[in-house]
Design a protein around this ligand. Structure first.
Ligand SMILES: Cc1cc2nc3c(=O)[nH]c(=O)nc-3n(C[C@H](O)[C@H](O)[C@H](O)COP(=O)(O)OP(=O)(O)OC[C@H]3O[C@@H](n4cnc5c(N)ncnc54)[C@H](O)[C@@H]3O)c2cc1C
Length: 330
């Protein structure tokens, strides 16, 4: 006998910042929605966990009410090939392990642990793994989102030149310096290394770079990881070397023409939205999540051109960084 399908108005595949924000906005407006995620929250997500004031604004919370680790630093200490360019504007750090759990729980949407394998469109909407049916579908499954793979990839392949690879680790560390440091293009890295302290004795350290550029030079992101750790120890920013890092890749913002297909929407890393100057993906994930939810509920347009493409204010800095990462002269 055929299994009964679990039916919902909206199904969101992936409960990261993009999916959880879409769910939050839908639930607020009384729309029936279900989040499917292959992992139970809290779950690990490789990410430095730096968030901008715009993220706090878009998620409508005040730091005092946030129940987990939250740190504010007044300056981003940016260094480009040794040239120091402090970016003076308050920025924040959270731990993704905590933040993503909070976002999902706050959304009020039910979450089913399910690793989505197949998504099929039919005349009534979408069927997922012969188990779930929905009228609207939101793909928020990150870089390897199955909604992107099954419904969008053939129409809009990923722009390989915008793929970033990373190595990073978040670990308990009693640091002395509670400021954030970013080192761009050191030792030929087509990207940057970071030191992001968290409240109450955690730090996140890592390196990220454009995959194609590294490959062309016969270079390896792991070499840059080791160089970063050596620098952090030499400068005294950390005194305990971290253990083995984890690796992950994602895509910077491309010219995405196809971001929804009928009632299927792609948001966050699933569509490749991280900013071209700082590789910041949480803000664009949140903004695109809100937009998809509003497009479904209020029938507004879903135009990802409205999502911030750059993090930094000074045009000259973001243009230089965009050019250095992607070769884009616009
Ligand atoms: C090392 C590193 C450091 C970074 N640092 C920063 C930073 O400091 N600040 C910043 O703004 N951005 C940063 N980013 C980018 C940022 O992490 C992402 O842009 C952001 O997480 C995108 O959110 P998302 O919700 O689209 O996807 P994700 O956070 O990846 O969430 C996707 C969700 O989908 C689920 N999922 C995946 N596949 C399936 C499936 N088949 N079935 C069901 N569920 C599935 C996953 O379990 C996950 O919960 C960093 C990225 C990396 C790799």
């Amino acid at each position: 006998m055929a299994e009964t399908l679990s039916e919902h108005e909206v199904i969101i595949v992936g409960g990261g910042p993009a999916g959880a924000t879409a769910a939050w906005e839908l639930v607020k407006n009384g729309v029936d929605c279900l989040i499917l995620d292959r992992e139970a929250f809290p779950r690990e997500k490789l990410c430095a966990g730096w968030i901008t004031p715009e993220v706090v604004r878009d998620l409508e919370f005040v730091p005092e009410d946030y129940p987990y680790r939250f740190l504010t630093f007044d300056v981003l200490n940016i260094s480009i090939k040794g040239l120091k360019l402090p970016f003076r504007a308050p920025q924040h750090s959270i731990r993704r392990f905590e933040f993503d759990r909070w976002l999902v729980e706050r959304s009020g949407a039910p979450v089913t642990i399910h690793n989505v394998r197949h998504v099929v469109a039919d005349e009534n909407g979408f069927i997922i793994d012969d188990k779930f049916r929905c009228r609207y579908l939101i793909g928020a499954g990150g870089t390897r989102c199955p909604v992107y793979r099954d419904l969008f990839r053939s129409l809009q392949p990923r722009a390989k030149e915008l793929q970033v690879v990373t190595q990073e680790l978040e670990y308990p560390c009693q640091y002395e310096d509670g400021n954030c440091y970013l080192w761009f293009f050191t030792d030929g890295l087509p990207g940057y290394g970071w030191y992001v302290p968290k409240a109450d004795g955690y730090v996140n350290v890592g390196v990220g770079g454009v995959a194609n550029k590294l490959r062309r030079k016969g270079d390896d992101i792991k070499r840059h990881w080791q160089a970063l750790i050596d620098r952090l120890i030499k400068t005294g920013l950390i005194n305990v070397p971290p253990g083995q890092p984890g690796g992950y890749s994602y895509f910077l913002r491309a010219k995405a023409d196809i971001t929804h297909q009928g009632n299927a929407y792609l948001i966050g890393d699933a569509t490749g939205l991280a900013t071209r100057d700082m590789c910041e993906g949480i803000g664009p994930a949140v903004q695109s999540g809100l937009m998809a939810a509003r497009a479904i509920h209020h029938k507004t347009t879903f135009d990802l051109a409205q999502v911030d493409a750059h993090t930094l204010g000074p045009k000259i800095v973001y243009r230089a960084l965009d050019y250095a990462f992607t070769g884009n002269r616009a």
